[in-house]
Design a protein around this ligand. Structure first.
Ligand code: FAD
Length: 460
């Protein structure tokens, strides 16, 4: 069936041939002629075109979503790749287990979380999702199911974590959950009046808490520039598990215009700050509202209007962050662009086994902008340049427009993934970035060549 395959940003709506999970699996296992190219599709919660394949077909994995095995003693859970983190939590939390890494929405599939090696508010303690995958099965276009684990088919395993669906189809995976007394958290809020104040607090906050993240009032300028809130939390010591409910609100229709403009964001920022600071002392929060506040409004991304939104996520090395993060925020303010959600977080030193993992030690800044065409893209390019010049990286699974040069500078090891890529699998993202870069010169070591690419790209 040909239909529009949308990612969360809704900037590039792509039509593609959509194949169900069952059809995809039998197609790959048989000697049948395959479509020109394939790509697994999770739940489309990536913001850009890493989950789109306009020129070929996508395999919608949501039909394969069973939890296959759960050992309540060890916390090992095995599930089909289309299982949502929402369902894994409901299965595991009543037994005192929780996913060690959750992103800002629980509506992501197990396969999508692995393929993007996602991170959460506790990267400083637990690293990224890939650190907790103990096994996965990968079906490739040669019809073979590869049993991968940290010590088995190691290169393929490491390329599949963070491999953006390019190494084949993850059928099922096992992850090790984390012990918690309760899924809910005890949350604390602390206001800060400048970024310097935040940077002074960040390391200590990480050391003392399982979760730590800062919200920034991006529109505040002058002496108020960089003000925000530090939100820290730890799992509650007791309590009964109550599953998160369905969204109470929804945006059923597409407004004709972007509703999240400068005025509404200014009002929201002031109200948010007031509401949060009213509860500065520790308070108990349901896991749904703490980890996944945006899941409470179904279709909230429609508020950005019919042209969609761009998310820009950068990571800046620790030593440069105090000057570079303010420069990124100032660039956005000077361009007159308002970011609805501006989040700053410290990534810890824990390395993922993934070849292509976005998190690395430093500070990560996330900004959301309504798509206002060329003007917004110009700002995003400026943010890319500031990031790469500082030795940082730009997140590919939040992106629909970064240049091949920015991608290569962010991921010098991209050729290792290209070597492990299944020849039948590709995405719109890979086509417009990696596929336009020069292949490694014959006879040169990949590592040497990758360093050359980075040096060249830093000059963009
Ligand atoms: C509100 C919101 C908050 C978010 N917060 C965070 C955050 O805090 N941290 C973070 O890291 N991310 C965050 N994200 C991004 C999101 O977590 C990731 O993009 C996630 O990978 C999406 O999963 P998905 O199941 O929707 O997969 P999709 O977006 O559909 O696909 C993602 C990638 O996985 C591949 N893939 C999917 N299934 C398989 C499979 N079975 N086998 C092989 N490859 C597969 C696809 O080809 C694609 O490359 C957020 C997104 C939203 C909308």
């Amino acid at each position: 069936m040909v239909r529009v395959v949308q990612s969360f940003g809704r900037v590039a709506a792509a039509t593609a041939h959509v194949i169900s999970a069952d059809e995809g699996l039998s197609l790959l296992k048989s000697a049948q002629a395959k479509p020109a190219s394939l790509l697994p599709y999770g739940n489309g919660r990536s913001y850009g075109d890493t989950c789109q394949n306009t020129a070929g077909a996508v395999i919608d994995m949501r039909g394969r979503n069973r939890i296959l095995d759960f050992d309540t003693r060890t916390g090992l859970i095995r599930a089909e790749a289309g299982a949502m983190l929402a369902d894994i939590i409901v299965e595991a939390a009543p037994h005192g287990w929780f996913p060690p890494v959750v992103p800002g929405t629980r509506y992501v599939t197990l396969g999508g979380a692995i393929a993007n090696d996602v991170h959460g508010k506790n990267h400083h303690r637990r690293g990224s999702f890939g650190c907790h995958v103990t096994a996965l099965t990968l079906l490739r276009s040669d019809g073979i199911v590869y049993e991968c684990a940290p010590d088995r088919e190691t290169e393929l395993f490491r390329a599949t974590l963070g491999g953006m669906g390019l190494t084949g189809l993850i059928q099922e995976a096992t992850i090790r959950l984390m012990r918690v007394d309760c899924a809910d958290v005890i949350e604390k809020v602390q206001g800060f009046s400048s970024l310097d104040e935040y940077f002074d607090l960040a390391e200590e906050a990480d050391a003392a808490n399982e979760y730590a993240v800062a919200w920034i009032d991006q529109l505040a300028g002058g002496t108020a520039a960089g003000r925000g809130l530090l939100l820290t939390a730890n799992h509650a010591p007791d309590g009964v598990f109550r599953p998160a409910g369905r969204a109470r609100l929804s945006v059923p229709l597409q407004p004709p215009l972007n509703v999240l403009n400068k005025l509404s964001i200014r009002l929201f920022n002031a109200a948010y700050q007031r509401a949060k600071l009213r509860h500065e002392g520790p308070r108990r929060s349901h896991y749904g509202s703490y980890f996944f506040p945006l899941d409470g409004v179904a279709g909230w991304n429609r508020l950005y209007g019919p042209r969609g939104l761009h998310q820009h996520q950068s990571v800046i090395p620790e030593g440069a962050a105090r000057t570079v993060v303010p420069a990124l925020l100032a660039a956005a303010r000077d361009a007159g662009e308002a970011s609805f959600l501006t989040v700053l977080k410290r990534f810890g030193p824990q390395r993922s086994p993934a070849i292509m993992s976005f998190p690395r030690p430093g500070f990560t800044l996330t900004l959301d902008f309504p798509n206002r065409g060329k003007k917004t893209v110009q700002l995003l390019e400026q943010l890319d340049k500031i990031t790469i010049d500082a030795g940082g990286a730009v997140n590919p699974y939040k992106d629909v427009r970064m240049s091949a040069g920015v991608f290569a500078a962010s991921f010098p090891g991209w050729r290792i993934l290209e070597r492990q890529r299944d020849p039948a699998f590709i995405s719109d993202f890979w086509r417009r970035t990696a596929m336009t870069l020069e292949p490694a010169p014959h006879g040169k070591g990949a590592a040497h060549d990758d360093c050359r690419t980075v040096t060249a790209m830093r000059k963009i």
